[in-house]
Design a protein around this ligand. Structure first.
Ligand code: GBH
Length: 448
């Protein structure tokens, strides 16, 4: 059994320790209680899009097994659970009155969390746009932002009395780039840089939803952005310029409007954002109670070769160990991006929550039924050391959420990429806490 880890730094008493999941990745039950279809149902049913043709129809069956999962969270000794609400459960066609049976699920989940002394952190959008909303243009259509605000109001009216932390959007950068830019995620559009209106409309959706959440009495409102340090592949000015363009596209076209009410100067990009985008900036830049940062790894970027579709290309970070999905393990990148955010935004950066960090490994139970995942323990330990260093550097970080509580449906990768602290057998749905779960539990007890 795990023992307290003397190599871990200590954190403030009120630091919020949590684990995260998202609706489509864990819930299953896609046809129950009136849930409508989402872009991910459609994408998964499109041949060639998801590894092995897998989908979230059953996933972890969290929709039915949430009491067991809440017990696992409580036993782990965490303070908080970050989950997402599925828009197509609440509004099966993306508009109109709430589907009460859909909201009931989140009501039960929230009550179970509170009964176990766990703080609910609700994300309103983790990529599962109702299919009819997509058919009307999805994030390319300005109207989607208004549809989203209506949905946000319905959820908040039901849950804001018990959910203290609200996240509007998860990783709009990934939705824009992978969903609308290169088509690796739903809805599978390949618009390259013409995808940028999807960025602006998500930001507008955030602004409108923030207003709706606050009028429904939500206590704390924030957003969860994917952030990555961007490393030029060389000192050559072309590589440096390519890296700056990539950083704009991944980091700053989200962070800047949200936190300082301006878009970065996209001099490298002709056209791009909607013409009247500037008019929306005051709404987008409403003060936030916290800023969520999802960190996995840095990105090395080089100038594109002739004939490549974008002005930059991603180069390998080959000198580092990699996780099962192939991403380099760079713990100090977490410190680097947090310090960069603080340097860029200064007093305009609200308190930060690390809303996702974790790694995929090829975990399986051995003949004794034990899931030994030493690489995940090392990964988490090293990232917590880097996080503590960022705090010592002056970044006001208030919490840390492991991605993920459970092995789950890893989008286009299907079920082969296991990010969980808890192993899930996707045939039997049996949950088995991994060694990393036992390690974290002991560490949290030691912290008190
Ligand atoms: C998050 O996205 C999601 O919020 C979550 O749903 C998901 O399950 C989890 O992370 C794990 O994937 O190929 O080396 O250039 C992660 C966003 C964007 C982070 C792509 C890593 C590529 C690294 N990811 N990025 S690399």
């Amino acid at each position: 059994m795990a023992v307290p880890d003397p190599t871990l730094p200590s954190f403030p008493d009120d630091f919020l320790w949590g684990a995260a999941t998202s609706a489509y990745q864990v819930e299953g039950a896609v046809a129950e209680d009136g849930r409508g279809r989402s872009v991910w149902d459609t994408f998964c049913a499109t041949p060639g899009k998801v590894a092995r043709g897998q989908n979230g129809d059953v996933a972890c069956d969290h929709y039915h097994r949430y009491p067991e999962d809440v017990a696992l969270l409580a036993e782990l000794g965490l303070d908080a659970y970050r989950f997402s609400v599925a828009w197509p459960r609440v509004q099966p066609t993306g508009t109109g009155p709430a589907n009460p049976a859909g909201l009931d699920f989140y009501d039960r989940l929230v009550d179970a969390l509170l009964a176990a002394d766990l703080t609910p952190v609700a994300t309103l959008y983790h990529w599962d746009t109702p299919q009819p909303v997509e058919d009307a243009g999805g994030w390319l259509a300005r109207d989607t932002a208004h549809r989203f605000a209506d949905y946000a109001a319905l959820v908040a009216e039901r849950l804001a009395d018990r959910v203290p932390w609200w996240i509007t959007l998860n990783e709009p950068a990934v939705v824009t780039m992978l969903g609308y830019g290169v088509g690796e995620h739903a809805p599978g559009r390949t618009l390259l840089l013409d995808a940028l209106p999807a960025a602006h409309h998500q930001l507008l959706a955030h602004g409108l939803a923030t207003r709706a959440l606050r009028s429904a009495g939500a206590a704390r409102v924030g957003v969860a952005n994917s952030h990555t340090p961007v490393w030029p592949a060389s000192d050559h000015p072309d590589d440096v310029a390519a890296a700056a363009a990539y950083a704009d596209l991944h980091n700053w076209i989200y962070g800047d409007p949200l936190l300082v009410g301006a878009y970065p100067d996209l001099a490298w990009l002709a056209g791009g954002l909607p013409d009247d985008a500037a008019d929306d900036l005051p709404l987008i830049a409403q003060p936030l109670d916290f800023y969520g940062v999802n960190y996995y790894c840095p990105t090395r970027v080089r100038a594109a070769d002739p004939g490549e579709p974008l002005p930059f290309a991603v180069a390998e970070i080959a000198e580092r160990p990699r996780t099962h999905v192939g991403w380099p393990v760079v713990p100090e990148g977490l410190r680097e991006i947090l310090v960069a955010l603080r340097a860029r935004y200064r007093e305009a950066l609200p308190p930060v929550l690390v809303t996702e960090n974790g790694c995929s490994q090829d975990d399986a139970p051995d003949e004794r039924g034990v899931v030994d995942d030493p690489d995940r323990i090392d990964f988490l330990r090293q990232h917590l050391v880097a996080l503590r260093q960022a705090m010592d550097d002056g970044v006001d970080v208030r919490g840390y959420f492991v991605w993920s509580l459970l092995d789950n449906f890893e989008w286009a990768e299907g079920y082969d990429q296991r990010f969980g602290l808890v192993h899930v057998d996707f045939d039997t749905l049996v949950r088995t806490p991994k060694a990393s779960y036992h390690w974290l539990r002991a560490a949290l007890r030691d912290e008190g």
